[in-house]
Ligand binder design. Structure first.
Ligand code: AGP
Length: 609
């Protein structure tokens, strides 16, 4: 939801903090702030709005000091405003705190503090933390933070500095991400690795409730009980430019274009090519015992849930195993039935989505075994699952997920095919045919992207349509769901997805001349059904774009326009058919003068309910 950073070293902290915050703006951008210690006192500067407003505010004054913390906010408690921006301080202004997460018992703590004479400045939940640390402070900041943590309920990643304890930053996390960066003569904290890459590639991933004390020349770690612990240093080998725009106008367009490489990276390590081609999931600890499951349950949110819908079709088709696909936000509050013989597949780009983590923990408690599909190494999901299959997509910065989605699909297909093979449903020949098709898909995605101007032109003619409906059957329905979400997220067009066969059961009442219908038609056995559906919406005045194979003429007479994707096996088309829809959403957003990377009201990582 929010991004936090911290720096202690020999350099001026302000430019480092601002620079690092720029890499985290995707996590929240309704206000920002920094607190810097200059050897004598703390200076706090905050501004409502995007980070550039904070930069403008501090451009005219030099804030000196080589230790500081910073924050970019996505409001949860209290409207976006200068006052509600972080850092928050105690009454005297000598302790400053940045926080990502939610303090669930803040109201109770606030009343308690008010009864002890504290006057609050903001409407945030975070401010209680600064006052509590002050309350417990007795010359030892670490102890004061430890005592404060015992009183907090909820989620947090915290950075704390104190002018009476000027040699260190204290950082801690619970259910919100936090990484510690170790440089030469300097240490940093950040909510996500891209913020650190310019300064160091050596990072420590904090576990829940672990505390880090960052000094210029060293970092010390403590567990929940306050015992000193050793932590393993991880070297991050991402390219710095992978977290920057690299010549593209927006991160989203860059990430759409990175899909061929991301797909190749995700697939390559998992294919064995000696003798015959087979899938190798041993590196993640997947063995034949997993395929003995009675049922697969897939749980996720948003785009990741759409990958799960594709997963349902794929598992049923390839492995003949019952599959439930659930929205984590529903699942966690239902009364689901657990069977220890179930396998849970939990999908999350960030690995930090609150609802998804809660669903995973419920399933775990119910005795199920968990496979996590995530993009973020060291994320909470990765740490708590039994098996982790990483989507090697690299950092995804744009709020609208693109390359994370297609690589999630790649992982889902690999697991489903392996299930099918181990359960004796898929023959060796079928398996090889599918692996061959998956191996070609990155090049096919590249080819498809080389025609992106066609979609751009189509978007420039249709971006101002007030309604857009996406329809399809089976795998194409799953992609309709994802395409409608993408369009609404970044262009604010009212868009919906329908299983095409459901149209006549209600939604067709909405279709008129102002409606754009995108019909995804890649399930060959159902072409005639789709053709009828397209005719039905056209008869009511809609404009129809069909997405189908490049060698297919079935819809040429029915559609107003046809966008063609390279031919692959019908069940594998989602990886390709979603790409024109991602591009369409992107170009509609740009045509409307919006910023596709930072859609209103949304944040990249939804770490609160
Ligand atoms: C994707 O475009 C969305 N921004 C959103 O639906 C996202 O997929 C969802 O919040 C889940 O996030 P996760 O994959 O990080 O768990």
């Amino acid at each position: 939801m929010c991004g936090i950073v911290g720096y202690i070293g020999d350099e001026e902290a302000t430019p480092v903090l601002i620079n690092a915050l720029k890499k985290l703006e995707y996590r929240g951008y309704d206000s920002a702030g920094i607190a810097v210690f200059n050897g004598e006192s703390l200076t706090v500067r905050k501004a409502k709005g995007a980070l550039k407003f904070l930069e403008q505010k501090i451009a005219t004054e030099i804030i000196k000091g080589s230790m500081g913390i910073g924050h970019t906010r996505w409001a949860t408690h209290g409207e976006p405003s200068d006052i509600n921006s972080h850092p928050h301080t105690d009454v005297s202004g000598s302790i400053a705190v940045v926080h990502n997460g939610i303090i669930e018992n803040h109201a109770k703590l606030k009343t308690w503090l008010e009864n002890h004479g504290v006057v609050f400045k903001s409407q945030t939940d975070t401010e209680v933390i600064a006052h509590l640390i002050d309350f417990h402070y007795n010359g030892d900041l670490l102890k004061a933070v430890q005592e404060t943590l015992q009183r907090l309920e909820g989620s947090y990643a915290l950075g704390v500095i104190c002018q009476s304890d000027p040699e260190r930053i204290i950082a801690v996390r619970k259910d919100s991400p936090l990484v510690v960066g170790a440089g030469k003569g300097e240490h940093l904290i950040a909510s996500d690795v891209p913020a650190l890459l310019e300064y160091t590639r050596d990072v420590y991933y904090l576990q829940d409730k672990e505390i880090a004390c960052l000094y210029r020349d060293r970092v010390e770690f403590f567990d929940e009980e306050g015992q000193a612990i050793q932590k393993e240093l991880t070297h991050v080998d991402w390219d710095v430019t992978a977290a920057e725009k690299g010549g593209y106008e927006h991160f989203m367009l860059k990430e759409i274009h990175e899909q061929p490489k991301a797909l190749t990276d995700t697939l390559r390590a998992r294919i064995k090519t000696y003798a015959s081609k087979s899938i190798n999931l041993e590196e993640i600890g997947f063995d034949a015992s997993w395929a003995k499951a009675h049922r697969v349950v897939i749980c996720a949110c948003g785009t990741a849930w759409h990958a799960g819908v594709v997963g349902k079709y794929a598992f049923e088709h390839y492995a003949r195993i019952p599959v439930d696909v659930d929205m984590a936000s529903e699942y966690r509050y239902r009364d689901p039935i657990f069977d220890p013989a179930d396998i849970f597949i939990i999908i999350s780009q960030s690995g930090e989505t609150a609802d998804t983590l809660a669903a995973m923990r419920m399933a775990k408690k119910g005795g199920a075994r968990i496979i996590a599909i995530t993009n973020v190494v060291g994320s909470t999901l990765a740490r708590e699952a039994d098996l982790v299959m990483y989507t090697w997509a690299g950092p995804e910065i744009a709020v609208a997920s693109t390359k994370a989605f297609t690589t999630q699909l790649m992982c889902i297909y690999l697991i489903a095919l392996q299930f099918g093979s181990l359960r004796g449903v898929l023959s060796e020949k079928d398996l090889e045919e599918h692996i061959g098709a998956l191996e070609k898909i990155a090049d096919q995605a590249e080819k498809l992207l080389s025609n992106k101007e066609e979609i751009q032109r189509f978007a420039s003619r249709n971006f101002n349509k007030t309604k857009a409906f996406f329809m399809g059957r089976l795998f194409d329905y799953a992609i309709s769901l994802e395409s409608a979400l993408k369009l609404k997220e970044i262009s604010y067009t009212h868009s919906e997805a329908f299983a095409a066969g459901e149209l006549k059961h209600g939604p067709i009442a909405l279709v008129d001349e102002a409606t754009l219908v995108v019909a995804i038609c890649t399930q060959t056995a159902l072409f005639d059904k789709m053709d009828s559906n397209i005719k039905e919406v056209k008869a009511r005045g809609a404009t129809a774009l069909v997405i189908t194979y490049d060698d297919e003429t079935y819809f040429d007479k029915t559609a107003d326009e046809v966008f063609r994707i390279p031919r692959t096996l019908d069940p594998l088309t989602p990886i390709l058919s979603v790409i024109p829809c991602q591009l369409f959403a992107y170009y509609c957003s740009v045509q409307r003068g919006l910023d596709p990377d930072k859609p209103r009201n949304l944040a990249k990582s939804v770490t609160v309910e």
